[in-house]
Design a binder for this molecule. Sequence first.
Ligand SMILES: Cc1cc2nc3c(=O)[nH]c(=O)nc-3n(C[C@H](O)[C@H](O)[C@H](O)COP(=O)(O)OP(=O)(O)OC[C@H]3O[C@@H](n4cnc5c(N)ncnc54)[C@H](O)[C@@H]3O)c2cc1C
Length: 246
Amino acid sequence: MTDVAYKETDVLIIGGGLAGMRAAIEAHDHGAEVLLILKGKLGKMNTGICSYHFAAVGPWGDPGDKNELHLEDVIHAGGYLADQELCKIMIEELKDRVFEFERYGVVWDRKSDGEMDPYLGAGHSKPRTLSTPMRQAGVDMIHALRSEMRRRKISLIEDVMATRLLVKDGKVVGATALDYLNGMLMGIQAKSVIIATGSHHQVFPVTTSPSVPGASGGGAGEAIYWGGIRVGCGHGPGKVLRPSKP
Ligand SMILES: Cc1cc2nc3c(=O)[nH]c(=O)nc-3n(C[C@H](O)[C@H](O)[C@H](O)COP(=O)(O)OP(=O)(O)OC[C@H]3O[C@@H](n4cnc5c(N)ncnc54)[C@H](O)[C@@H]3O)c2cc1C
């Protein structure tokens, strides 16, 4: 018979990319007990393979640059498919994230005079894009957030796939999951559930995005089914999807 493990936490986070880890840190810092579960290993997801050019308007860029211009670029490069309200929130918070990552140990490219060294990234009308010296900012950011999670002793379980959200009286109260390495089912009760399962490129028959396990769309699909999600601040020239047969 298959074993079943029960767990209880304040905040359950499904997904261990940049979004999931950052959410875990925020929830923990607000006093919540946090459990993060993820399919696969930390670091082996979209965030881990992307070169991660981090575009943000800040003192490092062109003095004429502003958030409104960045927003226009993002909406345009995303083929007008993105949720514009979400994009606006993201863009307004990016500058703080750049400084925050620096505090967490990420070293952004700098010029010889010590100033940050932005460049004109694809799809951007101003030089506002930052990276790290080895052009592997995704990996650098994962290392930084993982260290912050460890420092806070946030609980993390790898190789566990969330299968369904648990809903009671119209409210999400947890999730079921499969610990596929040990052949064990899990029932996790939580006051809040944050779905950070990454993109859903692989649900489209045609996409230029690589096939990574985190991009299956399962998490977003489950949330959409229960009516509790806003997805989509996609940006990326050459990466616009053709959802003819989603
Ligand atoms: C080749 C490439 C280059 C890129 N370059 C850039 C760039 O330069 N700049 C930029 O801003 N963006 C870039 N991106 C996009 C960026 O990588 C993603 O938007 C970002 O990493 C998404 O982070 P995330 O935390 O939302 O998802 P992910 O990093 O994909 O993490 C999703 C997590 O959810 C887990 N998961 C999924 N389903 C389940 C489930 N059912 N149960 C449990 N866990 C689950 C996965 O295992 C993973 O841990 C690039 C992407 C790619 C693929």
